[in-house]
Design a binder for this molecule. Structure first.
Ligand code: ATP
Ligand code: MG
Length: 334
C-alpha cells in the first residue's frame, strides 16, 4: 500500500513570481498525524492547497489516497476533509444548516445527512447552539463547526490548516481533544499546519519544519530535539542590569547565548553544571540575577538551529490571510 499522502518535489511559483514552495518531498503514513511547522509565509497553506487538489503545482507530484492531485482532483476532494485557516461556514445560516448543506454537497442521502448532522452537533458540543446563526458563535464554536463541516462525509484523510489560529489555549485544547478522539476511533490520517510549536510537539507523530518554501528538518518531536541536543539555561537579570550575554558566551561549555525578552538563553551540554558557573559569572560582572531555570530543548531550539532564526509568532495578518485578501480585491476589480 502506498502512503496516504505523498509529495515529490512539489513546487509552486505564483504568477507574481513568488516562489512559495520550492521542491518539497515527504510522505505521511496511514493513521499518522503529520505536522507542517513554519513561520508566516513559509508555504504551509500553499502546500495544503496543492495536496488537497485545490491548487495546481508548478512542478512535482502529489499523491493523496493513492490518487494523483493533478489528474484526480475531484475524486480526491470527495475523499478528504479540509479545515482551513479561514472560516468557510455561512454566518447567516445556523450551525445545523451549515452541516446539513455540506452533507448534501457530499452527496449524503437526506436521512443520512440529518443523522450525521445530529451526531456531529453532539460530538462538537454544539447541540445547544445548533439553531443559532453562526455569526453569533464564539471563535471556539466556529472552529468546532468548521471541523464538523470538514469531516461530515467521514473522510479517512484530514487536512487542517492552522485550525486553531486565534483561539485561546482552552479553545485550542478543546479542538485537539476532538481530533484525538477521531484519530483513536477511526485511525484518521491527519496533515496539519500550525504556528504553535507546543501544539505540534504534543499532537504530531512526525513534524516537518518548513522555511522559505523548503523543508529544513523532519522527524518525530523527540528525534528533532535529540538532533539539537543539550539543555537551555534561562537567566533573568534584575531589571535595569547590564546584558550579561558577552560574559556568559565566554564560559566553558556555553554553546550559544541569545538575549530574549529581558532574559538570556544559554545553550549548553549540561544545564545542571552550567547554572552555578553562569550565576557566578554574572555576579563577577556586577549583574544581579533575579531567576534561573533549566529546560530540555524544545521545538523552539530545533527551529532556531535549523533556520538560524528565533521562532516568533508575528503580529498582524498572516501571509495566507494577506494573499486571500489580495486575491479577493483583484477578483472584485476584474
Ligand atoms: N495567491 C497568491 N498569490 C501570490 N502570492 C501568494 C499567494 N498566496 C500566497 N502567496 C505568497 O506565497 C508565500 C507563501 O504563502 P503561504 O500562504 O503558503 O504561507 P503560510 O506558510 O501559509 O503562511 P501563514 O502562516 O502566514 O499562513 C508568501 O510569500 C505569500 O505572500
Ligand atoms: Mg497559511
Amino acid at each position: 500500500m502506498t502512503d496516504p499522502i505523498v509529495a515529490e518535489q512539489l513546487t509552486k511559483t505564483y504568477s507574481n513570481g513568488t516562489k512559495a514552495v520550492q521542491g518539497i518531498s515527504f510522505s505521511v503514513r496511514s493513521g499518522e498525524a503529520f505536522g507542517f511547522l513554519g513561520p508566516n509565509g513559509a508555504g504551509k497553506t500553499t502546500t495544503v492547497s496543492m495536496l488537497s487538489a485545490g491548487l495546481a503545482p508548478t512542478s512535482g507530484r502529489g499523491m493523496v489516497g493513492g490518487l494523483d492531485i493533478a489528474r484526480d482532483a475531484s475524486k480526491i476532494k470527495r475523499r478528504i476533509g479540509i479545515v482551513f485557516q479561514e472560516s468557510t461556514a455561512d454566518g447567516d445560516l445556523t450551525g445545523r444548516e451549515n452541516l446539513e448543506v455540506s452533507a448534501a454537497l457530499y452527496g449524503l442521502p437526506r436521512r443520512e445527512a440529518r443523522r450525521r448532522t445530529e451526531e456531529l452537533l453532539q460530538r462538537m458540543e454544539l447541540a445547544e447552539a445548533a439553531d443559532r446563526l453562526v455569526k453569533t458563535y464564539s471563535g471556539g464554536m466556529r472552529r468546532r463547526l468548521e471541523l464538523g463541516v470538514g469531516i461530515v462525509h467521514s473522510p479517512p484523510i484530514l487536512f487542517l490548516d492552522e485550525p486553531t489560529l486565534g483561539l485561546d489555549p482552552q479553545g485550542r485544547a478543546g479542538f485537539w481533544r476532538y481530533i484525538r478522539g477521531l484519530r483513536s476511533e477511526h485511525g484518521l490520517t491527519v496533515f496539519l499546519t500550525t504556528h504553535y510549536l507546543d501544539e505540534a510537539d504534543q499532537l504530531c507523530d512526525r513534524i516537518a519544519i518548513v522555511d522559505h518554501g523548503q523543508i529544513v528538518a523532519t522527524g518525530t518531536p523527540a528525534e528533532l530535539k535529540d538532533k539539537v541536543g543539550g539543555d537551555v539555561v534561562t537567566i533573568r537579570p534584575v531589571p535595569g542590569a547590564a546584558d550579561p550575554s558577552a560574559v556568559l558566551r565566554a564560559l566553558p561549555g556555553a554553546l550559544s547565548v541569545q538575549p530574549q525578552d529581558g532574559t538570556v538563553r544559554l545553550k549548553c551540554e549540561s544545564g545542571e553544571r552550567m547554572v552555578p558557573l553562569a550565576v557566578e559569572a554574572c555576579a563577577r560582572a556586577g549583574v544581579g540575577v533575579a531567576g534561573v531555570s533549566v529546560q530540555r530543548p524544545s521545538l523552539d531550539e530545533v527551529f532556531l538551529q535549523f533556520t538560524g532564526r528565533e521562532y516568533r509568532e508575528e503580529e498582524g495578518p498572516t501571509a495566507t490571510d494577506r494573499a486571500v485578501r489580495i486575491q479577493r480585491l483583484q477578483e472584485r476589480r476584474r
